[in-house]
Design a protein around this ligand. Structure first.
Ligand code: AP5
Ligand code: MG
Length: 224
């Protein structure tokens, strides 16, 4: 397995709110490869207020997945960009079996093997508490939590000093329940797919952010 940097190709998967984005950002600090969150990419498109953006907003706000063709097109062109040539961390993709199959084919064509698909395992009752307390910096996107991960100085982002924060519209109880239903029906089947490929690594994500990061680093052979 690659160590401490170039050539790493990682997928973080798991239920909504399990900590994919948090762990992806922590890993990026260590290995400096591209972090691609399909949720962030879709929210950026939705914010444009175009007809496509409105269609995406409606799906996200209801806790439903966007169509496979749309997300596959978006992701497959994104990983061709220069900043992905030393590797990438996928956060929130693939989320269905068709997406997993296309990723597998794309990487095979490029002669790339995934280093690991890391499933962060967290039970539903913890997930709800994590999502309902979540907020993020409007300037740099750093994620925080009302109880579990507060900025060091109240109201000031640790990363960029920003003072404006936002909460996601889909972070409400009803939408989270639907996101969990969709996770089980559509995303969970990708787990045995990756297990058969020999790249699945499961991590207990119920501990602190730092404890989970340590487990991820052990899996990836990152010692620093
Ligand atoms: P996306 O943005 O990917 O949402 P998600 O899967 O629901 O995941 P989240 O971002 O909610 O959670 P996370 O696992 O990143 O947790 P986080 O690290 O923030 O997708 C949004 C929507 O876009 C989807 O519903 C769908 O509509 C669409 N979409 C996206 N990708 C798609 C695709 N491939 N196909 C089709 N549609 C797609 O952590 C949560 C909170 O907990 C934070 O506050 C954090 O500080 C805290 N926390 C994290 N870890 C810990 C810990 N160990 N202990 C205590 N607190 C913790
Ligand atoms: Mg996320």
């Amino acid at each position: 397995m690659s160590k401490n940097g170039s050539g790493l190709h990682i997928v973080f998967t798991g239920a909504p709110g399990c900590g994919k984005g948090t762990q992806a950002r922590a890993l990026k600090e260590k290995v400096d490869i591209c972090h691609l969150s399909t949720g962030e990419m879709l929210r950026a498109e939705a914010a444009k207020g175009t007809p496509l953006g409105s269609e995406i907003s409606a799906l996200i706000d209801g806790g439903n997945l966007v169509p496979d063709e749309m997300i596959i097109k978006m992701l497959s062109s994104r990983i061709e960009e220069d900043d992905c040539k030393n590797g990438f961390i996928l956060d929130g993709f693939p989320r269905t079996l068709p997406q997993a199959t296309v990723l597998d084919e794309l990487l095979e064509q490029k002669g790339i093997k995934l280093d690991a698909v890391i499933e962060i395992q967290v039970p539903d009752e913890i997930i709800m508490e994590r999502i309902l307390g979540r907020y993020a910096c409007m300037t740099c996107g750093e994620g925080y939590h009302d109880k579990f991960h507060k900025p060091k100085v109240y109201g000031v982002c640790d990363k960029c000093g920003g003072t404006n924060f936002y909460r996601r519209i889909d972070d409400n109880r009803t939408t989270v329940q639907n996101r969990l239903v969709n996770y089980r029906a559509l995303t969970y089947p990708t787990i045995p797919f990756f297990e058969k490929k020999g790249v699945l690594c499961c991590v207990d994500g119920t501990g602190t952010i730092e404890a989970t990061s340590k487990k991820v680093n052990v899996i990836l052979g990152i010692t620093q």
